[in-house]
Design a protein around this ligand. Structure first.
Ligand code: NDP
Length: 341
């Protein structure tokens, strides 16, 4: 059982590698810089890593970069893709690595018949931006596909990068007979394995400590948390976020690989949580925290949307309750000294 994980040092991929090693897989993991201990040490310390984890250098934008890694693998998990909201050059920073990178990886998969299935980490970003209203009456499911024109008009560059990448992946896999499944997670939270912050854990972090702004300069993951709840203004935005736990996301990747009948796309959303509800949960967990009291406007709370969990049930995923995910995220941020209270 030999599998490849691209972008192995990332937030989701680190969990995926950990679970794959626990499941006795031999993992060929790609990172951009195998000599950077911040990107590799946490992987090399995982149980089973000494015996069954092999690191490879690969870059999404280098053609053929993944050939030697994918060669001999039974399965490939393609998670690598830049996650950023604030970019100067969206084409170079987001769209090229996401789109060309995905095709680059799939091209390697097409070359080696040992590869039986490819699991691609897409996103709910590639699902929800269709122009259809996102209200509590609507049930979003896997049949939705974001409209690239709409993403471009709205300058949603990260969303565009994920939509174009998934669209191209389906086209390429069909044309080349690749058995591909996509996992489409919502905003992912949960404990960190890697030593650096990733964008989505900011959601929780900025609620807690405004000194995080300094850290924000060091790692863009913090930016999101800063946006998520503007602690300085003591208000929270009038909107909600679709959230899911990183451990469920990693597990869904493995199930999508192992279950022969798995096919197509899988939306992964535990809940669409309004900021007010996030604050309520965190206040209950950490009464000592100075969390925002008021909504940023006086309008009725924006409705949360609903995402079908029907299809993902077939992967046997039992979602971690968000109360647990939020607590484990905060505890992990504390443990890694990103926050102290
Ligand atoms: P991270 O930022 O933690 O990980 C992203 C990974 O992509 C890193 O390992 C990074 O490598 C790698 N990468 C970026 N650019 C390149 C490149 N040019 N060549 C090779 N590798 C590259 O993000 P997440 O773990 O959060 O995201 C992983 C995947 O999950 C992405 O595809 C993302 O779109 C998707 N996703 C994430 C969600 C979330 O909320 N976090 C939600 C939905 C989908 P390096 O370490 O060298 O920078």
């Amino acid at each position: 059982k030999v599998v490849c994980v691209t972008g192995a040092s990332g937030f989701i991929a680190s969990w995926l590698v950990k679970l794959l090693l626990q499941h006795d897989y031999t993992v060929k993991a790609t990172v951009r810089d195998p000599n950077d201990p911040k990107k590799t040490q946490h992987l090399l310390s995982l149980d089973g890593a000494k015996e069954r984890l092999h690191l490879f250098k690969a870059d999404l934008l280098e053609e053929g970069s993944f050939d030697s890694v994918v060669d001999g693998c039974d399965g490939v998990f393609h998670t690598a893709s830049p996650v950023a909201m604030d970019v100067v050059n969206p084409q170079a920073e987001l769209i090229d690595p996401a789109l060309k990178g995905t095709i680059n990886v799939l091209r390697s998969c097409a070359k080696f018949p040992s590869v039986k299935r490819v699991v691609v980490t897409s996103s709910m970003a590639a699902v929800v931006f269709t122009g259809k209203p996102l209200t509590s009456e609507v049930l979003i499911d896997e049949s939705w596909f974001s409209d690239p024109v709409l993403c471009k008009e709205s300058k949603l560059w990260y969303v565009l990068s994920k939509t174009l990448a998934e669209e191209a992946a389906w086209k390429f896999s069909k044309e080349n007979g690749i058995d591909m499944v996509t996992i489409n997670p919502a905003w992912v939270i949960g404990p960190l394995i890697q030593p650096t912050l990733n964008l989505s854990a900011e959601v929780v972090l900025n609620l807690i400590n405004d000194t995080l702004q300094q850290l924000m300069k060091m790692c863009f993951m913090l930016c999101f948390l800063f946006l998520y709840l503007n602690i300085r203004a003591q208000t929270f935005p009038n909107r909600s976020y679709r959230l899911v736990d990183v451990r469920d996301v990693a597990n869904a990747h493995i199930q999508a690989y192992e279950i022969p009948e798995a096919s197509g796309r899988y939306c992964l959303v535990e809940k669409d949580l309004h900021y007010s509800e996030t604050v309520k949960i965190l206040r209950k967990l950490y009464p000592e925290l100075p969390l925002p009291e008021k909504c940023a406007d006086d309008k009725p709370y924006a409705p949360s949307s609903r995402v079908s969990q029907e299809k993902v049930k077939s992967l046997g995923i039992h979602f971690t309750p968000l109360e647990v995910s939020l607590k484990d995220t905060v505890e992990s941020l504390k443990e890694k000294n990103f926050v102290s209270f």
